[in-house]
Design a protein around this ligand. Sequence first.
Ligand code: MLT
Length: 252
Amino acid sequence: MTTVKPTILLIHGFPQDHTLWDPQLAALSEVAHVLAPDLRGFGNSDPPKEVMPMQTFARDLCALLDERGIDRAVVCGLSMGGYVALSFLSLWPERVQALVLCNTKATADTPEAREARHETARNAKQKGVAVIARGMIGKVLSLHTRTEKPELVAQVGSMMARQSPEAVAAASLGMAERPDRMAMLPSIDVPTLVITGEADELMPIATSKVMAEAIPGAKLVVLPNAGHLSNLEAPELFNATVRDFLASLPRA
Ligand code: MLT
């Protein structure tokens, strides 16, 4: 019997690009077809619109699946990528074979958070992305990573700093207008894995617990020593967790 590998669509967060997923490419490609595109504006992709709502990113990803002739994928998003994954699921549930939600949440922004997004958008254009990247590095990596893995700190810093001001501003404004998705969670009927880092300051464990408990049958995995970028900070455990999850999926 030949086994058809699932496709896993890896969606990066903010302000990142597809290189976020470098430690996953080889490790997951043994068990899945791996797609790790740049969201519009980021990395090597096309320029963004003034505002990039999460559903616009999702539409781009759906177009990518169409272009590749892929009907269904395991949709895996980290942080902003998770917002995009939930948006994708709300638009095309039939195209989602399973869901992996990493270091993310289903709630909308508070009014204060929305205001902060607008400030980030202004800062990106006026002060440059390097300033934003410097401010974020301490928040996206755990103290353990910052102490033990200086090369990773430098790599994440330069990945964030090289993103274009337009992309950062547009995605920030897009995140500010994303809807609350909590009400949709109980109706999710595909296998779902929720992953987070034990030291994620931006999405505390409680946030992931609430999300996992609201999704029928969802499994929550908390990676030790990892912060917000759990796939980079604890790549072996992250990869093993996702590989086990992929192996557990019903054959398509
Ligand atoms: C991300 O990592 O994508 C961002 O921290 C998400 C957010 O700002 O809400």
